[in-house]
Design a protein around this ligand. Structure first.
Ligand code: ATP
Ligand code: MG
Length: 209
């Protein structure tokens, strides 16, 4: 007689971004989705070459990776993946998903994004393949919404959750402006992130508007 044990597949959330710099909005988004969907882990995935941000200066990928590691330091359930930083060429999410699925086919991936990012999804490389390969978790950076609000139609048979999240009204853009103005970044970023920003002298020059 054979005993069949039902093994629950591991589910890992992925929050991609430029993380220039990572802030509490990113960390709370990752935490909120991890808790709401009962994920085993959530990884922040800094883009090596953020093709959507070609119109502005972007901090070198290795430095953004270190900033992102500092952002999740000591936060239970959160980690960082360096797959996109190690891969050459534009950081397409579908390539990341393919690579992580090849690394461990027994793992399910949940792609986390703000609704602002989700609005641009149809412009992403091979997006129909992407939405067929993962579950999506959309968080709203403009405020908590009823959990049962239907997800927008993202096409291609997308499986999307809408996850309510407390409003954390902060962006990396605002933090770069604060740094250029000499204003403190803590507590909007982790102390370790602020220390690295200071050590590398990041965001000192005001950005062209
Ligand atoms: P920038 O101002 O440079 O565009 P950002 O703060 O929007 O930076 P990104 O690295 O562009 O940060 O965002 C990565 C992901 O995190 C996106 O899916 C975005 O929607 C989400 N995100 C960013 N800030 C918040 C926030 N305050 N609350 C919830 N989600 C957020
Ligand atoms: Mg953004």
């Amino acid at each position: 007689m054979t005993w069949v044990t039902e093994v629950r597949r591991r589910r890992v959330g992925l929050l991609g971004g430029t993380f220039d710099p990572p802030h509490i909005g990113h960390v709370v988004a990752a935490m909120s989705v991890g808790e709401a969907l009962d994920l085993d882990e959530v990884w922040l995935v800094p883009a090596g070459d953020p093709w959507q941000k070609r119109d502005r200066r972007v901090t070198p990928a290795g430095v953004r990776l270190a900033l992102t590691e500092a952002a999740v330091d000591g936060v239970p359930g959160l980690g960082v993946s360096d797959v996109e930083v190690r891969r050459a060429g534009p950081s397409y999410t579908i390539d990341t998903v393919d690579q992580l699925r090849a690394d461990d086919p027994e793992r399910d991936l949940v792609l986390i994004m703000g609704r602002d990012a989700a609005a641009g999804l149809p412009t992403w490389e091979r997006h129909e393949e992407l939405v067929a390969a993962v579950e999506l978790a959309l968080v709203d950076r403009a405020g908590v919404m009823p959990a049962d609000r239907p997800a927008p139609d993202l096409g291609g048979g997308a499986r999307a959750h809408v996850v309510p999240m407390r409003r954390i009204d902060v962006s990396s853009t605002e933090l770069r402006h604060r740094a250029a103005a000499g204003l403190p970044l803590v507590p909007l970023v982790a102390p370790g992130v602020a220390a690295l920003v200071a050590r590398h002298g990041l965001y000192r020059d005001p950005e062209p508007v």
